[in-house]
Each structure stands twice: as structure tokens, then as C-alpha cells.
Design a binder for this molecule. Structure first.
Ligand code: FAD
Length: 380
């Protein structure tokens, strides 16, 4: 059987799609990818790599704005000769402009204010990031309408599309030839044009269930894994889409009759509309496969409550579990949540373990994380 990986992805179809955040103002979907006859194997903790396609409307807009026809032959790095429209569909990033495109535009601008402004941006990493974050090539050409590109020249300024990763939210022991994912759709508006994340927009708006072929592969993890010894307790902190791998973990632990206890921390905006997989947790609890479920819904009351606050409230018990050898997992937002949870964990060790700050940091960062490898994170 052909081996499928990032270089040779499997063309999967989505069997089932449903929204798990109805009426919340958020759009988080559960997608079931069919991997029957793919030869793909995965374990809880692994991620699915997904190759997206650009929005056909944006492709046409880009072609028109730059004055191309779309049938020009272009050479794409790593691909070879291909028609421009096809290259823009599957190979090249056009929903966000890159530095190389700005450099090329600057090179074509006459001396003057606009050229100076863009040159200054190129010198300032943060400002450039801010500028690029809200613009695609069409926006930049709108601001610099006299700039003209040849098709190949334009293509040479674009970056190849890279696959996006999604934590797998199913155990293969329970779901066989399926890969489940839990995906938050990215949507925003800039310069009066509605935009979406490349992959999440593709899946939410353009993918046809049971029809569209989507190139996928398994990104295996070596670190974010369940303890080999099923009698170990696990604490899982997974707010928002961070819940994904823990659905897989709990399914797997139930199916393998692991005797260790499972404690899940989940959080999002509202209990009513964003309590992802609520009914499944109830069933797991009834069957004794989930021992504790602690939630934090930030917008259900005036004062915002997040998972780290709940963790702090349970500091004594968490410390007890950790002292007894429990594993501590965190998945989800890297920028705020993971940092706050990390800080809370250090505080718990300081307070309950009666250590000074330095010792507590050493215990968390070195002992738990590096030596014993039972503080594990999958954050993005
Ligand atoms: C190991 C790993 C596991 C992951 N697991 C999951 C998961 O289980 N579920 C999940 O949903 N995601 C997960 N992600 C994130 C996922 O890979 C993608 O990064 C995410 O879905 C966005 O991809 P996209 O192609 O839709 O958006 P992109 O096209 O990559 O765009 C995202 C970008 O849009 C821009 N943007 C967003 N909002 C605005 C705004 N208001 N104004 C201007 N720009 C804006 C930002 O620059 C942002 O970086 C994971 C990531 C990693 C690395």
C-alpha cells in the first residue's frame, strides 16, 4: 500500500460535519475525516495535517486586480510548470501578503512618499507584521495602483501554501477509519471585505461533505502522549479547541480499561452554547471514565472566569494528584491561556508544596516538564 505522509498526502473526504457552538457568536465545527483504505495510522495526541485551497473569488479578484488572464504558464518552486489560476488555487498563499511582495512593490514604485513609507515598514519588523496581518496582495495593489507585475514575477513573490495542523479528537480504537477534529473558524473583516482563515474558511465554506477531496496526513507526536502506565492519573486542561486531544485521550483510556483517574478542565464563553461535547462528558462520567470535570465559562457572569482560576481554586487537590504521580496536560491557546496556566501551576507548587518561587519554578520547568515528562503541552 502507498505510504501517505506530508509529501504524499492522502485524499480524504469529510463524512460528517456539525457545529458545536450554535448561537454563541463563535463558529466551532466537528469534522470527521474518512481515512478508510489510506493506510494512515494515528494515536491520541497526534495531529492531522490539512492542505487547503484558496477561495475562488479571491483567486479571480487577484488575477483581475493584477491584470492577468489566469491561463499564463508559470513556474512554481517545488511544483514545476503550471497555469497561474491552478497555482493560485492550491500552491501559493494569496490571502495574506508577504514581505517579498512588499519588497517587489517598493522596487517598482517611483521615488516619493509611498515608497519611503513602505521602505520604513520593511525596516520595522513589528510594524510590517501589523501591516501584512490585515492585507493581501489586492489591498496593496489598491493602495499602489500603478504598480504592474508580470505573472511569473508575481508568483516569485508568493509563499507556498503550508498545511495547517489540527489536534485529533478521536481515538482510533473507538473510531476506526475516521479522524475527528474540532476546528474554530477564523473570520474577520478588513477594508470592507469579509475574510476567513485559509483552511478554516475552506472547510467551513467551500468543502462539500462526502465530495471534496482534501489532502491530509498524520503529524505524529513523540511528546504529547498518554502515560504508558494506564494506572497513572491524568489532569487535562483544554479550553476552547484545546479540548480536542482530550476527547481522544478519554476515549482511549476508557477503551483500554486504564485504571488511572481522569480530570478534565474545560472553558469557553458560555455554558449554554460553547460547552463542547457536553453530552459525551456526561456519559463518560456515568461510566466512571471521567472522574472530574471542572468548567470555566468566561461570559456567563460579570467577572471573567478562566480555567486557570478554576485550577487555582482546586490547588490542594491538584497538588495531591501531582504528588501521587499524575500527568498534567495543557492544550490550546499559546499566547494567553498556556502562560496563565503555567504561572498558576508554579503558584500551586509554591503554596501547596511549600517551596520558594525559585524551587517551585525548578520543580515545574525541570522536574515535571523535562525529567519526569509529565507536564506536557500542545499549544498553538
Ligand atoms: C499542533 C497544532 C494543533 C492545532 N490544533 C488545532 C485544533 O485542534 N483546532 C483548531 O481550530 N486549530 C488548531 N490549530 C491551529 C490551526 O493549525 C490553524 O492555525 C488555524 O485553524 C488557522 O488556520 P487558517 O488556515 O484557517 O487561518 P490562516 O489563514 O492561517 O489565518 C490565521 C491568521 O488570520 C489572521 N487573523 C485572524 N483574525 C484576524 C483579524 N481579526 N484581523 C486580521 N487578521 C486576523 C491572523 O494573522 C491569524 O494568524 C493547531 C495548531 C497547531 C500548531
Amino acid at each position: 500500500m502507498t505510504k501517505h505522509d506530508r509529501k504524499n498526502p492522502f485524499l480524504s473526504k469529510i463524512k460528517e460535519e456539525y457545529c458545536i457552538s450554535e448561537n454563541s457568536g463563535k463558529e466551532t465545527n466537528h469534522y470527521v475525516f474518512d481515512i478508510e483504505r489510506s493506510g494512515l495510522r494515528y494515536k491520541p495526541g497526534d495531529s492531522l495535517g490539512v492542505f487547503p485551497e484558496n477561495d475562488p473569488e479571491l483567486i479571480s479578484l487577484t488575477i483581475n486586480k493584477l491584470g492577468f488572464y489566469g491561463n499564463e504558464d508559470v513556474e512554481v518552486k517545488g511544483v514545476g510548470k503550471i497555469e497561474l489560476r491552478d497555482a493560485l488555487k492550491t500552491e501559493l498563499t494569496i490571502h495574506r501578503a508577504g514581505r517579498k511582495f512588499v519588497v517587489a512593490v517598493v522596487g517598482k514604485l517611483p521615488e516619493g512618499d509611498e515608497k519611503n513609507k513602505l521602505n520604513e515598514l520593511l525596516e520595522d519588523r513589528d510594524k510590517l507584521e501589523e501591516y501584512l496581518n490585515v492585507r493581501d496582495c489586492v489591498d496593496i495593489i489598491n493602495e499602489n495602483p500603478d504598480v504592474v507585475f508580470e505573472a511569473q514575477e508575481f508568483v516569485d513573490t508568493l509563499q507556498n501554501i503550508t498545511p495547517r495542523l489540527y489536534s485529533i479528537s478521536s481515538s482510533p480504537k473507538v473510531h476506526g477509519d475516521e479522524v475527528h477534529t474540532t476546528i474554530a473558524v477564523v473570520r474577520y473583516e478588513n477594508f470592507e471585505r469579509k475574510r476567513s482563515g485559509l483552511t478554516t474558511g475552506y472547510l467551513a465554506d467551500r468543502m462539500q461533505v462526502k465530495e471534496t477531496e482534501i489532502p491530509v496526513y498524520i503529524q505524529a507526536t513523540k511528546e504529547f502522549i498518554l502515560p504508558k502506565d494506564g494506572s497513572k492519573d491524568v489532569i487535562m486542561v483544554g479550553p476552547g479547541t484545546g479540548i480536542a486531544p482530550f476527547r481522544a485521550f478519554i476515549e482511549e483510556r476508557e477503551r483500554t480499561h486504564s485504571t488511572g483517574k481522569n480530570w478534565l478542565f474545560f472553558g469557553d464563553w458560555y455554558e449554554e452554547s460553547t460547552f463542547f461535547y457536553k453530552d459525551e462528558w456526561k456519559e463518560f462520567m456515568k461510566r466512571g471514565s471521567l472522574n472530574k470535570l471542572t468548567t470555566a465559562f468566561s461570559r456567563d457572569q460579570k467577572k471573567k472566569v478562566y480555567v486557570q482560576h478554576r485550577i487555582e481554586q482546586h490547588s490542594k487537590e491538584i497538588w495531591k494528584w501531582i504528588k501521587k504521580g499524575a500527568y498534567f496536560y495543557v492544550c490550546g491557546d499559546k499566547e494567553y491561556m498556556a502562560k496563565d496556566v503555567h504561572e498558576t501551576l508554579i503558584k500551586i507548587v509554591e503554596k501547596e508544596g511549600k517551596m520558594n518561587r525559585e524551587k517551585a519554578e525548578e520543580y515545574v520547568n525541570k522536574t515535571l516538564m523535562k525529567e519526569e515528562k509529565r507536564y506536557l503541552r500542545d499549544v498553538y
